[in-house]
Design a protein around this ligand. Sequence first.
Ligand SMILES: *[C@@H]1O[C@H](CO)[C@@H](O)[C@H](O)[C@H]1NC(C)=O
Ligand SMILES: *[C@@H]1O[C@H](CO)[C@@H](O)[C@H](O)[C@H]1NC(C)=O
Ligand SMILES: *[C@@H]1O[C@H](CO)[C@@H](O)[C@H](O)[C@H]1NC(C)=O
Ligand SMILES: *[C@@H]1O[C@H](CO)[C@@H](O)[C@H](O)[C@H]1NC(C)=O
Ligand SMILES: *[C@@H]1O[C@H](CO)[C@@H](O)[C@H](O)[C@H]1NC(C)=O
Length: 373
Amino acid sequence: MRNFCHNLLLLGLCISLASASQIKYSTVTGFFLQDLNTTNTTTFDYSTQNLGLINQAYDSDKDCPNVNKLTQWQKFEYQLAQLNHKSSKNIEYKLLYLGRHGEGWHNAAETFYGTPAWNCYWAELDGNASASWVDAKLTANGIAQAQKAHNFWANAISVQRIPTPNKFYTSPLSRCLATANITFTGLNLPKKKKFVPVVKEYLREGMSIHTCNWRSNKTYIQNTYPGFKVESGFSEFDNLWNGVTSETSTAQDLRSKALLDDIFSSEKGSYHSCTSHSGEVASLLRVLGHIPFSLSTGAIIPVLVKAEILSGSALATSATWTASAHCTVPPVTSISNGACVCPSSAAPVTTPLVLEQPTVSPSFTFVASTKAF
Ligand SMILES: *[C@@H]1O[C@H](CO)[C@@H](O)[C@H](O)[C@H]1NC(C)=O
Ligand SMILES: *[C@@H]1O[C@H](CO)[C@@H](O)[C@H](O)[C@H]1NC(C)=O
Ligand SMILES: *[C@@H]1O[C@H](CO)[C@@H](O)[C@H](O)[C@H]1NC(C)=O
Ligand SMILES: *[C@@H]1O[C@H](CO)[C@@H](O)[C@H](O)[C@H]1NC(C)=O
Ligand SMILES: *[C@@H]1O[C@H](CO)[C@@H](O)[C@H](O)[C@H]1NC(C)=O
């Protein structure tokens, strides 16, 4: 079903053969500091806080062998296993490690030009005279943030005994491929859980008209990262970015739900890593019923997810994208609502500013795939 869906996506359409069941997601709170609305997202540093794992006793401690010799993460691993062991067959718990890529050239440019001018003009170009941001690469700062994540994992594995991911997923955009590579290469991973990341189309950033979100071709991705796998059905060229219409948050959440359905119905392990983007992690958090928690570049958030198969099909399965206007020359000024003013000679237009014209995809329908867990 997944492949079928993916091939149809090339036509901008995906038709459901759906059985009348759906997966409902929720976040299990009480384990991580990021679940609390008192945690300051600006100052919170996952790397000095054991990823946010709260030091506490769990219900399962009393049954856990040698509990006094275990780290908090080992006790958590036992607790999660017990949750799955004791739950009914239609329920599954998994821990997702959601990471944001390190700083890319587009992040640096947004700071440099200011957000309104970036959104309404510069982001629609493929770069400026000295920097490129089409499928943006990491800056030196972004590489350092990915190395910080690597150092965090190395210590968390050797000292805290954190459960390592069963699967490593990444967005196909260059900044995430590089971040995942730097973060997870060279870690002391168990033999059965080696770093063989899978590139997932649906983990990409919200599909805005910004060229930083226009991905490179599959051949380039495979040649640059020979150890990565691309998921089946992954197209050679980017069929989703079109430079004219943007995914609405409703459409993005449907995509995020389809991604979660795919992972939860195809992967047995309880720990998975996703390397993605600020907007896409925000969408995943909405679908998972987590409170908003904005990630700075390079940050990671763990989410304990409860997935439940319910009978009855999901209501909404499709959402259209909307066109966004932008200036054809640099804007004169910014206005308070975050928009900007084009010079009188340049009315806002709705065609791409880049020369190469991508395929236009009008709207999407997503399938909830619900094999038993
Ligand atoms: C924080 O969460 C508590 C309950 O968990 C709620 O009562 C409170 O209103 C929330 N505060 C904010 C600022 O959202
Ligand atoms: C979070 O911390 C920043 C930096 O110290 C501060 O400016 C901001 O007001 C804090 N936010 C909240 C909600 O406390
Ligand atoms: C281009 O943008 C980068 C930020 O990505 C900035 O550092 C640089 O100064 C800009 N170059 C020019 C020529 O404006
Ligand atoms: C694929 O992408 C690479 C890197 O951007 C480019 O050099 C190459 O020409 C592209 N291949 C095709 C067939 O367009
Ligand atoms: C990570 O990047 C390096 C250098 O670009 C490359 O040689 C290596 O093959 C990549 N790792 C994987 C798993 O593809």
